[in-house]
Design a protein around this ligand. Sequence first.
Ligand code: ZN
Length: 430
Amino acid sequence: MVTELWDSKIEAMKPDELNKLQMKRFKHLIKHVYENNAFYKKRLKEVDVTPSNITSMKDIEKIPYLTKQDLRDYYPFGLVCTELDDIIEVHASSGTTGKPVVGPYTLKDVDLWGEVMARSLYANGMRKGDRMQNSYGYGLFTGAHGFEKGAQKIGAMVITISSGNTQRQINVMKDFESTVLACTPSYSLYMAEVADDMGYDPVNDFKLNLGVFGAEAWSEEMRTNVEKRWGITAHEHYGLTEIIGPGVVSECKEKHLHINADHFYPEIIDPKTGETLGPGEEGELVFTTLTKEAFPAIRFRTKDLATISDEICNCGRTLPIQSRIKGRSDDMMKVKGVIVFPSQIEAGLMQVEGVSEFYQIIKSKKGDITELSVEVEPTEARWKEGKLDDFEQKAQDEIYSILNLHVPVKAIQPKTIERSTGKAKRVIER
Ligand SMILES: [Zn+2]
């Protein structure tokens, strides 16, 4: 079977041709930042990387990492490498932990963004004729805009509803016959709950067949639940404001995340030592934007933990494959000497019969000791059945089998955890 590709020339490129293209673009990038930005020029001079002395992609390892702190120091436009007048669009992250990260785009950058997003959505199965309900929040945040650009490039209809007002979402989904839902995975689950409450059957009463989800770390088990809940195929999207927004990877029908490495050069590093790691080794993802004009990032540390493999996918794409994000290194918790990611607890919970997708991890500190517990909602039916001790025990056992750590689980009344229309808050501190 031949898989359809959006851009077969690039997506099915021979690895040595990809390397040549990356090298050509890398040289051009170094010249661009060296000539147009004082910060980069100084930084490159310090490590003796100049436009004329690059001989291989390995030379990239001489360049220091770009960190969030660098971005903050040059807030808002200090790292721009074009004339400010050439910028036609600006986005920013929410900046919950300090100043927001600003993402400026030239016309060419906007075109590039549309192109990589079209590639990603096409890989998910979106085609002209599809109707995408765009339930990411429209605003400074990159999400909604990236999905809109990509879908329009494919020729699909974009329903620009934004997030929130969930009953209206369901009415629009029904009346406009949306076939694709774009939002966070947790918001799609809240929508399913509201559809239930309005008397609909999420699987059979809508035309939805595809979910394009992102902006949240979620487990494979959660993906399976989302798919069952709506009767759809759910695809993962990954991206960052610092790199371009969504569109860094394209998830194919095999559910492999192919990195759009002709534009975003990936590396995996040891987060502690900064050393470059090889294929299959787990570490922190680092990206260099090879083709962006206004705001190129060279060796940006994402804080996201993953692996990159060089295995060949059955889909026909040769672009390198990145694993699902295990978690942000910021979300990593150390409990009694055990490293814990929220997605691992989620994976355990989702094994339990009668569990809903709504849960919260409670982190508390007793002196220097971090303790975790979990509150989770069973489904309404399971709640009414009673005997919740069994339910809690099963959840604890499942979590133990993944982490080798005892985490107390409490079943709480359905619909008590606050629902989210964007990124769900999975960990709370008490
Ligand atoms: Zn593939």
